[in-house]
Ligand binder design. Structure first.
Ligand code: GDD
Ligand code: MG
Length: 337
């Protein structure tokens, strides 16, 4: 049995003011005309069962957007992806016994769905025959410092390689070295493995998370125990917590077109530019203005400005240099404390 599980509990902070805690990017139509969670569901709806892990508030929002047959795993509090993945694995083990879990996120964009499904199915076949976690690697296009980098070792079969090492979010000089080296792939964030194998890797790398998960299982997933254990969990992503430390990973080197919708710059990779090279879903007026990204329901007029992000919502207006889009997270944190 193959079960897709979507990690959808993120805050989408770098999409503020479009994305807010009440309405994060997963619920918004950023790349198409549909909320990102709906696009994710549509891509995977041919699987028999489909699970989403997020907090209860978000699960309620998704229930309004998605068909009734979707299953939800509700986290009491966000503790980043390692606890969310652990909770999903123990839930599925209890429901189905051991099964193949395909973890995916709600913020990816794929141009070629059939290529995507073909690679995922190959990874699932490998994971059902071997006790390994299969990562999906993407050929790096630039030294992006927001991704994980996977170094391939020897070939296992076809596009699958042993993982030599995994480095989450390297600094720029390191990322530049990796891209030049040629042996590294970007970590797409998707991975596939038996629920028992993923849990075993959690046990080896994050023993206190593992014992908390055992308590949750023994406590029959009661709300109180879930909350108690989650509040004790360290906030850590699967990438830092498990993938950097595990010796049981392989990488499927994929050539599929893949994009991470991580911040407003992604909009420029998906929308077609207008004649002056600006990106907007609605028509804008521009005079000598180039390379700007505009999100607004109003008519926006630009004169002689370049490479800006301008986002106008009913509550807030953001003006930011495109090169500084990572700092949107910083300004939220500065004013929320
Ligand atoms: N349920 C749940 N709970 N989901 C979460 C939580 C949480 O506490 N935190 C984050 N998520 C979800 C997000 O909604 C997103 O879909 C996914 O997990 C990944 O989290 P991000 O915050 O977007 O991670 P990232 O983009 O910095 O890095 C990851 O993705 C990159 C590719 O997009 C890593 O896996 C990198 O190695 C990878 O290259
Ligand atoms: Mg992301």
């Amino acid at each position: 049995k193959i079960v897709p599980v979507i990690l959808a509990g993120g805050k989408g902070e770098r999409f503020w003011p479009l994305s807010t805690p009440e309405n994060p990017k997963q619920c918004l139509p950023i790349v198409s005309d549909q909320p990102m969670i709906v696009d994710t569901y549509n891509r995977l709806k041919d699987f028999d069962d489909f699970f989403i892990v997020a907090n209860s508030f978000l699960c309620d929002k998704f229930r309004k957007l998605l068909p009734e047959n979707v299953n939800y795993i509700e986290e009491p509090i966000a503790r980043n992806t390692a606890p969310a993945i652990g909770l999903a694995c123990i839930t599925l083990l209890q429901k189905y016994g051991d099964c193949i879990v395909f973890f995916e996120t709600a913020d990816h964009y794929y141009e070629d769905i059939s290529h995507y499904i073909k690679d995922i199915k190959n990874a699932c076949t490998f994971a059902s025959n071997h006790d390994k976690i299969v990562l999906i690697g993407i050929t790096p296009k630039n030294p992006h410092t927001g991704y994980g980098y996977i170094k391939s070792g020897s070939n296992v079969e076809n596009d699958l390689f042993l993982v030599d090492s995994f480095k989450e979010k390297p600094d720029l000089p390191t990322a530049q070295k990796y891209v030049k080296d040629g042996k590294y792939s970007w970590n797409s964030g998707m991975f596939i493995g038996k629920s028992s194998v993923i849990l075993h890797e959690i046990e080896k790398s994050l023993p206190s998370l593992f014992s908390g998960l055992q308590n949750i299982k023994e406590g029959d997933f009661s709300k109180e125990i879930l909350h108690d254990e989650f509040s004790k969990f360290e906030k850590i992503s699967i990438d830092y917590g498990v993938l950097e430390r595990s010796n049981e990973t392989v990488v499927l080197q994929s050539t599929m077109p893949w994009d991470d919708i991580g911040d407003f710059n992604a909009v420029s990779r998906i929308l077609k530019p207008d004649s002056e090279g600006n990106f907007s879903k609605n028509p804008i007026h521009s005079l000598d203005a180039h390379g700007n990204i505009i999100i607004s329901k109003k008519l926006v007029a630009l004169i002689d400005v370049e490479e800006l992000i301008i986002v106008d919502t009913k509550d807030a207006l953001l003006i930011c240099k495109r090169s500084e889009s990572q700092k949107i997270r910083d300004i939220i944190r500065k004013y929320n404390n």
